[in-house]
Design a protein around this ligand. Structure first.
Ligand SMILES: [Fe+2]
Length: 370
């Protein structure tokens, strides 16, 4: 048996009303909180008002950085770092989807370490311990609350890059299923499919092991059985999808993702397509490609858990997600550029594949998705 190393520092509170009940624990980690969020959701949903109430009642000092872009880049991170230093915050509460969580992690790292966030892309050690991070996910996709990753756009390189460091794993995560009541159905589908891709890609990664597969399979079962019902508003199914996204987070924390994410980055970079939607679109075509190329057995096993690839396509259509590039406005002439972006996006993922994909391979996948 392969040797096992397993580390997870994140206390998980999974409970309805968990934000009200546990957020004041932030006092154990610092004197002044930096709340990191996107621009709209926490205000429209009323979540910010709740947090404000808790902080005022508990006399917790805080500053708010609510400028995280839907697809944050390095400048967005550095803006947050400057604000955090100016406000002298010493603990981060990152609330939202993957973007605020990832930016929160980067701010925590950079606030304590000189340089620029670009210096920490890849697996780069940091000298000083980052600020403690408390993660409050409000979507059911990212899994970032339990991972060592933060994914940020590097505009100069025209791709997404990853900070991978155990020290940015949150100390605590509050998963309060009530937050999903504010999430539009379409986003439950798209973020749920992001989690689905995390689990499926982790399952297929060559570095997967007993523990990553344990989480990936459980996540895939929960998602297959509950995502549709969750989109239709069933509360218990939403809880299960939420939990599945955290399980998928544990899975990718061990393995990373493979080429679905790497290829999907191209759609987000070029067209600003939502991360989960982009992943979901490419997933069936990547699976078909893998089935024909050295992954027959693995894909068959996966299909036993989640159903066939054609069923997956039907499912995506049923939940209102696009399954063809031309349906989202991609032009035939753009395909060459998408191939270039995909090759760049898959650099890290390629290490987790059985073989290195050629340009022709990417062309094949993207053309079938077209
Ligand atoms: Fe993802």
């Amino acid at each position: 048996m392969k040797e096992i190393y397993f580390y997870t520092p994140t206390k998980i509170y999974f409970e309805r009303g968990g934000i009200l009940k546990y957020l004041s624990l932030v006092k154990n980690y610092g004197k002044k909180v930096l709340i990191v969020s996107g621009k709209n959701f926490i205000f429209k949903s009323g979540i910010f008002e709740k947090i404000k109430e808790i902080f005022e009642k508990e006399k917790i000092n805080y500053a708010l950085f609510s400028k995280v872009n839907p697809e944050p880049d390095t400048e967005n991170v550095e803006e947050g770092v400057e604000f955090c230093k100016k406000e002298k915050c010493d603990v981060i509460v990152a609330i939202g989807g993957g973007s605020p969580l990832d930016v929160g992690k980067c701010i925590a790292l950079r606030a304590m370490n000189e340089g620029h966030i670009k210096d920490f892309f890849g697996e780069v050690e940091c000298k000083n311990e980052p600020l403690p991070i408390i993660a409050i996910p409000t979507t059911c996709g990212t899994g970032s609350e339990v991972t060592r990753y933060a994914v940020i756009i590097d505009k100069l390189a025209n791709t997404k890059k990853t900070v991978s460091n155990e020290k940015i794993m949150p100390v605590m995560a509050i998963l309060d299923p009530n937050v999903l009541d504010y999430l539009p159905e379409k986003l439950i589908g798209a973020t749920g499919m992001d989690a689905f891709c995390h689990a499926a890609e982790s399952y297929l990664a060559i570095n997967s092991d007993y523990i990553s597969k344990f989480f990936a399979i459980e996540s895939l079962k929960l998602l297959s059985g509950n995502l549709k019902k969750a989109i239709n508003g069933d509360k218990e199914s939403k809880e299960k999808v939420f939990l599945a996204s955290t399980f998928a987070g544990y899975a990718i924390n061990r393995t990373g993702t493979i080429i679905v994410h790497g290829i999907a980055y191209s759609l987000t970079i070029k067209y600003g397509i939502h991360h989960g939607t982009a992943n979901a679109l490419f997933l069936p075509y990547v699976l078909e490609f893998m089935k024909e190329n050295e992954y027959q057995e693995e894909i068959k096993e996966l299909e036993k858990i989640v159903g066939s690839i054609s069923e997956l396509k039907n499912f995506l259509t049923q939940i209102g997600l696009p399954i063809k590039l031309r349906d989202i406005g991609v032009k035939k002439d753009d395909i060459e550029e998408l191939i270039d972006l995909s090759i760049k996006g898959c650099e890290r993922a390629m290490k987790r594949m059985k073989f290195v994909l050629s340009r022709e391979h990417f062309e094949k996948i993207i053309n079938s998705a077209f």
